[in-house]
Write a protein that binds this ligand. Sequence first.
Ligand code: FES
Length: 671
Amino acid sequence: MPDTVQVVFTPSGKRGQIAAGKSVLEAAQQLGVDLDTVCGGRGLCDRCQIDLSAGEFAKFGITSDPSHLSPPSAAEREFFGADAKPQRRLGCQAKLLGDAVIDIPPESQAHRQVVRKRADVHGITLGPAVRLHYAEVPEPNMHEPSGDLQRLLDALEFEWGLRDLHCDFHVLAALQPALREGKWKVTAAVHAERDVIGVWPGLKSEAFGVAVDVGSTTIAAHLCDLVSGEARAAGGRMNPQIRFGEDLMSRVSYAMMNPGGEADMTRAVREALQGLIEEVAGEAKVAPEDILDLVLVGNPVMHHLLLGINPVELGGAPFALATDAAVTARASDLELRVHPGARAYLLPCIAGHVGADAAAATLSEAPHAREEITLVVDVGTNAELVLGNSHRMVAASSPTGPAFEGAQISGGQRAAPGAIERVRIDRETLEPRFRVIGCEAWSDEKSFAENAQVTGICGSGIIEVIAELFLAGVIKSDGVIDGAAAEKSARVLPDGKTWCYLLHRDEKKKDSPLIRITQNDVRAIQLAKAALYAGARLLMDKLGIEKLERIRLAGAFGAHIDVKYAMVLGMIPDCELAHVTSAGNAAGAGAIITLLDKTARLEIEDTVRRIEKIETAIEPKFQEHFVDALAIPHKSAAYENLRKEVDLPAPSMGADGEASGRPRRRSRRRN
Ligand code: FES
C-alpha cells in the first residue's frame, strides 16, 4: 500500500494527497468537501454514502478502482444488505487504499440544494439552525470528578468542534438517564452552534421543524425534515381570532375596548397553532416532541399577538412596533407543546404596517439579490409594497381597505365556493358569462346549472367585472356607470340617482342572490386601486424610476387575480404583462427558506435593516398620485405595455370627480 493516495471528489472537483488508510469521510473533511454525518463516522447514521467512480481518469491522471477501497465493513454489510451496489459505500467505513475518484451524491451533502421549482426565486441551501450530533461520552470515574454535562460538552467540542456551548436547563434532567440508557452514547441537538437544546440516548437521526404563515384569516403550516430538507406535510386552518374582528384593525379595537382582550386573542391564535402543528405532525407520522425548530411570519398585529404583546400601539400614529428586530424565543414561551427545547424564530417586521410576512416574501422573491427593479405586492386589507434591487430597497403600505377581498361590495364575499371569480362581457350585447369557485364550467355551459351554486362575487370577480364593463364602454374612465348603455342592454338599470349593472339573478331559483354592480361598488374599487397604485408610484418616486421591470403579486389575492384585468383597472403601474406574475404564497415560502437555511436569517435581517421605510400617511405626493389614479386605468399614465395587448377606450373627463378624497387607513392586511 502506498503512503499516500490521490483522491478526487466530484462534483466539487476538490482533490489532494491523503494518507493511505484514512476513511473517505476523513479525506473529505481534510479537503473541505461537504459530506454529511450525524454519527461522527461510526457507521451508524448512513448519512455519509458515496459512490466510487471506477475507470481511467486521464484528466486527473489516475486510475480509480473498487479495490482501492477497503472491503465493506460489517456496518456496511448490515446497512446495504442484499441490495448492495459495488460502487455505493459508507464514506466513514471505506478506507482509501489507492487512488480514487469519489462522487458525493446530492443527498449526502450536508449543505445540499433543496429543490425549488422556479429559477427566479431564492434557492435553499440546507443548513438548519438546529443540528443533531452524536457523541460518545467518557464514563465518570473516581479519579476524574467532572459532571456528566461537562463530559458531554467536552465530547461535542472534541468530536464536532463545538466550543463554548450552553445547555438548556431542561436538558439537565434528561441527561443522566439518556447517557446511561445509551451506554454513554447520546445524540445532542444543538441550536445555532451555541445551545444544547435536547439529548437522546444512542443515535437519533431525525429532526423536524415547522414553518408557519400566520395570516389574519388563515394560518398555514409546512412541516419539514431538518435532516433531508424535505417538506413532509402541509396544512391550514382559519385564524380563530376572526371572532374578535373580521379585519386587523377591528382586532386592535377589540384589544383597546376590552380589558384582557389581547390575551384572549393571543390564546386563540396559539391554540390554533398548536392544533395545526399536531395536525401536520400527525399527517407526517411525526411526534410533536421531534419538532425542534419553528419559523413564524405574520403581519405586525399577528406578530405582536402571537408573542403576547398588546397590539394597541399599532392602532394609531406613529404605529410603533414593540420591536422591529427578529425574535428568537423558546416555543414553550409561546405555549406551544413541541420538544421542550424547540426554538421559535420570528422574522423582523419591516415597519409598523409592513410585517414579518412581507420580510419573508422579500426573502423568497429576493429583489435584493437582483439587478432588475422588482415590485413585490401583497394585497390584503392593506397592501404591503417592497420595491428595489440589489442597490436600494424601499417599502410602504397602502390603505387599500377590504374591497379587494369582496367586503364593502354589494354582492361581495370572501373567495369561497360559489363566489363569482371570472367574468367576461360581450362587447355588443353586454351579456355576461362567468365562472364560480368550485365549478369548472362557465355560466353559459350546460353543466353549470347542475353543478354551480352562485353565492356572491369575490375580489378577483369584482376586478374582472369592472374591468370588462370598462372595456365594454359601460363604465367610463372616470368610473361612472353610463346610463346611455341602458339603450343597449336591459342589464343596465337605474339605481336611485345612478346606474347599476345586473350581473346575475336566477329567477328559477327562489334563494338565488341578486348580484349587481352598483356605482358604490365601482367607487369602492376605485378608492382601493388608487391607494395601491399611489403607494407603488410613491416608491418609484423615491427610487427616481419611471418604469418597473418585474412585478410579483404575492398572497392568495395575487394567485387568483388576472394580471391583465389588474392592469386595465390601473391597480399597479404599467409593466410588460409577461413580467407581472403571481408569487404564490411568498411569505410561506420565505418561512420555509428561513427554517431550512439559517444563513437566510442573517440575510433577511440585514436586508430589512437596509430597506428604507416610507410612511404614505405623511407623504404629500401620495395624495397627488392617489387622485390621479382614481381614473381607469389612470388620469395621465400612458400604460404603453397594456395598450400593446388590450384596446383601451378613450378617456373621459373629470376622472377624479366625486370619488376623490384620501382613504383612511383601516387595517393592516392579508388573506
Ligand atoms: Fe454515520 Fe458514516 S458518518 S454512517
